[in-house]
Ligand binder design. Structure first.
Ligand SMILES: C[S@@+](CC[C@H](N)C(=O)[O-])C[C@H]1O[C@@H](n2cnc3c(N)ncnc32)[C@H](O)[C@@H]1O
Length: 277
């Protein structure tokens, strides 16, 4: 902590830029404050967490940062419309031993459909030669390639994460044809779908998140996956008991089929990938 505090002696004092809008004039509940903070890199994670404790609705560290100083990084955060941002930042800074509030600027933002906005930001992604992840509604750049069509919804697995990419490469090497594949922590179903496209006979996707199961199911349909080749199971995080997903999808298996665990002892798989962190 001593090191941390001393490393902030050079931090410039707060240069709060007040929102250009007259916030008192608007009472629109869909408005929010978008606050971009220039923060010393060493404490960006801690400060980001502290902001959440002192009023920020969400924060994200801008990894693609264009900060002039290599010792600083930007944190983007969102606050409720009438939050006193200066007080929040001051409390957050104080809580982690920062002597001065990092410089920040505030803009008024309008709520929008964030899911749609995020999805619109996805573009076709070439994982490796001949293997593309194509967001729903976009044209595959190479129609002859293995194209995995994805609408990630709220589930993890857009193919942009390195673990997903590495697993796709691994799967492509492992699947020779006819394998049974278990995808533990299926998320968007990307790996389960990929395995089938590479030639597996069966993919079983398991997840604790109902939105993941819904998303994987939708993605399976987008990729014309035959329902009998891809099974999706919603399991309980605490008990690992298979749960009946009532009416979500025909491909979601019933608890009685599999006993009390997400995978029964009699099931055999040729390839298993478990990513559920
Ligand atoms: C990092 S994502 C991986 C998604 C996808 N397999 C991929 O590689 O892109 C992890 C997924 O595991 C799920 N998960 C977390 N804990 C789990 C558990 N105990 N059992 C099954 N799934 C779990 C999460 O809901 C999430 O969808």
């Amino acid at each position: 902590m001593i090191n941390l505090v001393s490393s902030f002696s050079s931090v410039r004092s707060c240069t709060s830029l007040a929102a250009s809008h007259d916030t008192s004039a608007t009472t629109d509940s869909s408005a929010y404050l978008s606050v971009r903070i220039r923060c010393p890199k060493e404490v960006a994670d801690m400060f980001s967490e502290a902001l959440l404790c002192f009023g920020a609705s969400c924060t994200s560290i801008d990894e693609q940062d264009d900060c002039e100083s290599s010792h600083e990084i930007h944190i983007d955060s969102v606050f409720p419309q009438f939050q006193d941002v200066d007080v929040c930042l001051s409390q957050a800074a104080d809580s982690i031993g920062l002597k001065e509030i990092p410089a920040y600027e505030v803009k008024m933002g309008e709520q929008c459909d964030w899911i749609q906005k995020t999805q619109e930001s996805f573009h076709p992604l070439e994982v490796t030669e001949g293997l593309w992840i194509v967001p729903e509604g976009r044209s595959p750049p190479d129609v002859g390639a293995t194209n995995i069509i994805l609408n990630p919804g709220l589930a993890f697995g857009t193919g942009e994460h390195s673990t997903t990419k590495l697993c796709l490469l691994l799967l492509r090497g492992l699947i020779k044809g006819g394998e049974f594949f278990l995808d533990y922590g299926t998320g968007s179903g990307i790996l389960a779908i990929a395995a089938l496209k590479f030639g597996a006979s069966l993919s079983v996707g398991i997840d604790v998140d109902p939105q993941a199961i819904t998303s994987a199911s939708r993605n399976a349909a987008l990729n014309d996956i035959r329902p009998e080749t891809m099974e999706l199971r919603l399991v309980s995080n605490k008990t690992c008991t298979s749960l009946m997903n009532e009416g979500t999808n025909e491909a979601v298996k019933e608890q009685s089929t599999y006993g009390m665990g997400p995978v029964s002892e009699t099931e055999k798989y040729d390839v298993v990938i478990a990513i559920y962190f």
